[in-house]
Design a protein around this ligand. Structure first.
Ligand code: ADP
Ligand code: ASP
Ligand code: MG
Length: 409
């Protein structure tokens, strides 16, 4: 008898019929004697619909109220899933985040989980009930509802698995595992059988939205091995767990892309110590994540500073920087929201030269202009015009021959 946490994403619970289907799957595991915790997302499209409503009323809606609004999506699903289980004769009980409770900090829209009390859930499990938990949400110290960032149900699932010391954590989604590239972009992308936390962290961080990066951080910190599986077909999926040092890892684990990158450039900044701090500090204080940063070599004691952020944060960032530009006596600040970021990721890159050359050659052969380059030990990222995202991902997948299961160091 095992304690199993299963997460079902938006497409997997996208209709009443699909909810019934998942309920039957959960029923089967429960009948085998397993203690089942089911973590669910909002029905597909619902979170976007709710965000759209807020946007219709207010151009800059309060983050607190947006969280109260979007968290209702998951609340609908926990109730429907519990009802579907009841219809099958399974005793099930729904939990919103605050009922668990899942305690978070107060950064609305990207809150971090601080503490989970598993006692209530455990008592229900001991009593033979299936527990259905709303993903993506929590409660802060002021009793305000918070949300964990897009894709946050993955994090709820992994965090619940850690808090309950689950025997297994399964992430069910609309693809049958983690692939060498988004299978919706690259037709011959290959499913990966096994990834280390480190590899999955890099893939998620660079845009493989199949797992939210915070979920992988959590899994790595608390050593929660998990499997990514399809909710539509049977299969072994992809196992993500801690590194086995004896195992040789492939050179490149995958190609990832981000299609909502924006660029901010501050031109004509007097080149003196402290300018990067003056510009980037207000941005980070507003909890805006800065990704790549480039400072060009100055001419005539003037320099340009460019950095990239999520497109959704562009307006807010430009508004924040207007007064900074005046204070620094810089020329101007401009934004560009038509960027994509493409990355080649692989821990095997550590000991290999020439990856960057292959990457740049493949992009140049397709006539794709690179704007910003950033490199780390195990990742190379470039920003390009968004128009060429798919072309670039396919060209790189091809150039590194990721469709064939070779490339072991
Ligand atoms: P869910 O609603 O189940 O959380 P998501 O849409 O968040 O599902 O994540 C699954 C999607 O992630 C897939 O449909 C796929 O298009 C996309 N994806 C991006 N990169 C990858 C990758 N490397 N491997 C698998 N899926 C990927
Ligand atoms: N419903 C939320 C979203 O669409 C959370 C999730 O699905 O993981 O981002
Ligand atoms: Mg997701």
């Amino acid at each position: 008898m095992a304690l199993i946490v299963e997460k079902y994403g938006g497409t997997s619970v996208g209709s009443v019929e699909r909810i019934r289907k998942i309920a039957r799957r959960v029923q089967a595991s429960w009948q085998e004697g397993n203690r089942m915790v089911v973590v669910v997302s909002a029905m597909s499209g619902e979170t976007n619909r709710l965000l759209g409503l807020a946007g219709e009323i207010s151009p800059r809606p309060s983050a607190r109220e947006v969280d109260t609004l979007v968290s209702t999506g998951e609340q609908v699903t926990i109730a429907l899933m519990s009802l579907a289980l009841h219809e099958l004769g399974v005793p099930a009980r729904s939990y919103a985040g605050f009922q668990v409770p899942i305690k978070t900090d107060s950064i609305h829209g990207k809150a971090r989980i601080e503490d989970i009390s598993g006692e209530r859930v455990m008592a229900d499990l001991e009593a033979g009930k299936v527990v259905v938990i709303a993903g993506f949400q929590g409660i802060d110290s002021e009793n305000a509802i918070t949300t964990l960032g897009r894709g946050g149900t993955d994090t709820t699932a992994v965090a619940m698995a850690a808090a309950l010391k689950a025997d297994e954590c399964r992430i069910f989604t609309d693809v049958d595992g983690v692939y060498t590239a988004d299978p919706r972009i690259v037709e011959n992308a290959r499913r990966i059988d096994y990834l280390t936390f480190e590899e999955m962290l890099e893939l998620s961080g660079a845009g493989a939205r199949v797992m939210q990066i915070r979920a992988v951080e959590f899994a790595s910190k608390y050593d929660v091995a998990f499997r990514v599986l399809s909710s539509f077909e049977d299969g072994v999926g992809t196992l993500i767990s801690c590194e086995d040092s004896s195992m040789e890892r492939p050179l490149i684990s995958g190609i990832t892309s981000v299609d909502n990158e924006a660029k901010v450039t501050i031109r004509g900044v007097p080149d003196r110590p402290g300018i990067a701090y003056s510009i980037l500090n207000p941005v980070s204080e507003a909890h805006i994540n800065v990704d790549m940063i480039v400072q060009n070599v100055g001419t005539d004691s003037l320099t340009d500073l460019t950095f990239t952020i999520n497109q959704d944060d562009l307006e807010r960032t430009l508004a924040l920087l207007e007064p900074v530009v005046r204070e620094l006596d810089a020329e101007t600040v401009v934004g560009d929201s038509s960027l994509a970021k493409i990355s080649v990721v692989g821990v095997g890159m550590r000991s290999h030269a020439g990856i960057a050359t292959t990457m740049f050659r493949a992009l140049s052969e397709k006539g794709i202009n690179i704007q910003i380059i950033s490199t780390s030990e195990i990742k190379i990222s470039v920003t390009i015009d968004r128009e060429y995202l798919e072309l670039a991902v396919r060209a790189l997948h091809n150039a590194f021959e990721l469709h064939v299961a070779a490339g072991i160091e």
